[in-house]
Design a protein around this ligand. Structure first.
Ligand code: MLT
Length: 261
């Protein structure tokens, strides 16, 4: 692990290989990509990092926006001298990759969007996030995270995911409350990136768990339909955390995609 401007960055495999940068979801850490880096590091240069305020990346002032999150992604790529990486983001990580694609499409060689959406928050979701911030301010961060994470996993996978990821789940429960709040407010204030989909300069891959109730297959299929030449991959028996829930199926999709671009 190395630090780049207080961001904890992890690299796997040879920098000579085709690069892929993974951007994790909320309120997790880079560790959610463990099955992908294991499967891909022999053939690809895999980079993960903890989003500022989560995992081993300190929260600092704790005031984040989607724009500052895209700045961080670009900083990691520039600091590691990576040329045109494929970026792969899940949910909040997908929001970051979508906005990165809109801001500077020429920086990237490919795009993988997992269990995410391009629409901005509606009022109901903004209020939900405001209530989560209030709860965390009352000292209930651990309870909030402990209740939130299970809502993202398909019911049939929960026991297995909890058994297989004890260390990761413990890390996620201990995420800095300041960082968690910073992410909630950044997500609530993010822009709508739907219009960016049609301008993505290379065919993209959209991956969605069939049982994802937060970024549903209908929503993601529409995103893929609006993005020229892209592929929509539905992952059976997976919820919102498809790369963690059904890694073999997701890895196969990612590998096939990386081989075509
Ligand atoms: C995530 O998985 O990153 C979150 O569910 C995103 C969100 O709360 O919008």
């Amino acid at each position: 692990m190395q630090y780049i401007s207080d961001l904890a960055v992890y690299t796997y495999g040879s920098p000579e290989k085709k690069p892929i940068v993974f951007v994790h979801g909320f309120p997790l850490s880079a560790a959610m990509w463990k099955y992908q880096v294991t499967a891909l590091q022999e053939d690809f240069y895999c980079v993960t990092y903890d989003i500022r305020g989560l995992g081993n990346s300190s929260a600092g002032h704790g005031q984040f926006t989607l724009e500052s999150m895209v700045d961080d992604l670009e900083l990691v790529i520039q600091s590691l001298h990576i040329h045109k990486p494929v970026i792969c983001g899940l949910s909040m990580g997908g929001y970051i990759c979508l906005r990165a694609a809109e801001r500077n499409p020429e920086l990237f060689g490919g795009f993988i969007f997992c269990d995410t959406k391009s629409a901005a928050d509606n009022d109901e979701t903004k209020i939900k996030r405001a209530n989560a911030v209030k709860r965390i301010n009352r000292g209930e961060a651990v309870q909030y995270i402990n209740e939130f994470i299970p809502t993202t996993i398909y019911a049939e996978n929960k026991a297995r995911i909890y058994a297989e990821n004890e260390n990761e789940l413990n890390q996620w429960l201990m995420n800095d409350p300041v960082g968690v709040k910073g992410c909630l407010i950044a997500m609530a204030a993010r822009t709508d990136t739907t219009q960016a989909l049609k301008n993505i300069p290379v065919p993209a891959l959209f991956i969605c768990g069939e049982e994802d109730s937060l970024s549903t297959p209908e929503v993601m299929k529409t995103m893929a339909d609006n993005s020229p030449g892209s592929r929509f991959a539905l992952i059976k028996k997976a919820g919102h955390l498809s790369p963690l829930e059904m890694p073999n199926e997701v890895n196969m999709e990612i590998k096939n995609y990386l081989d075509t671009i």
